[in-house]
Design a protein around this ligand. Sequence first.
Ligand code: UT7
Length: 325
Amino acid sequence: MKRVGIIGIGEYLPKRILTNQDLEKMVDTSDEWIATRTGIKERHIVSNGEATASMAEKAARHALEDAKIKALDIDLIIVATITPDMPFPSVASIIQHNLGARHAACFDISAACAGFVYALSIAQQFIACGTYKFALVVGAETLSAVTDWEDRNTCVLFGDGAGAAVLSEVSSGGILSAYLGCDGSRTDLLYIPAGGSRNPASKYTVETRQHYIKMQGNELFKIAVKTMTEAAEIVLKQAGLRFSDVDLIIPHQANARIILAVGKKLGIDEDKIFLNIEKHGNISSASTITALCEAVKGGRIKKGDIILLDAFGAGLVWGACVIKW
Ligand code: UT7
């Protein structure tokens, strides 16, 4: 099996920013409640006809530039998203055409907030066994399109954005281990009731607001802390490492309190935990990859560092990954 690593990364966040103060004018909430309960101060929201594929494409272009490869070199595109432009075709197909990556096989995956870690692990297999040379993995979401802007329980949490990574064989470091999991018994905790084959769109589903995210935050909070802690322990053990070996944890950014609780359970210093939720909110599958981009850009990661990605989301799904940068 070949050793596989990330050779280029990129992100795109829409220019428009929605602050907690803006939300105070929309629902019965306060900057103080949002900031102390979640750590979020603002989030990026699409405008001017932007949607998931257009953001995914922009992030992908940055990643290709960073990797110094051409679109025609890509053999595989996987887009992790729960907010594709439309049910089909895939966002991956749309960006294949727009990028000019016509040699690439393309598909989307749905693994919610663990989507990027899932997609990374899938792409790793294709390269490790020699099927493909270069893979483009994207996490992209337009959660603002499925957010109920009248529901204060959820509308303060989510944002839009995209991140991308190019994977290929590397001579040292790279992805040391990955671990994916799911508990399908609690799909009721976070979901969109209508718009699929079970409850197709109708006047009734629109009037009863069933096309928006429904969430039982309290219950999810506890499961997220437990699951992300366990996933981090398992994936690190698989890599033959200890927590003292980890230079930076990049967790899914759903809630700063969840992240800090996981860090505390693992006995990890807060300065080794990357947080960017304040400026982005929860961008589901785009969360860990945009955080990785910003950690690199901000000089928080240097060559040889051990990075731990750790994510949890609707499904319920979780995934963790250890990378030697
Ligand atoms: O992305 C992966 C999956 N998602 C998650 O893992 C999210 C996990 N859950 C969370 O992050 C938190 O549970 C939330 C941020 C969603 C909620 O925080 P909480 O501390 O669990 O609050 P709560 O749901 O227990 O609500 C506490 C109170 C309630 O009022 P009462 O019933 O105590 O009077 C809510 O109605 O806060 C109220 N509340 C709000 N107040 C002001 C809920 N949303 C708001 C709001 N502004 N936006």
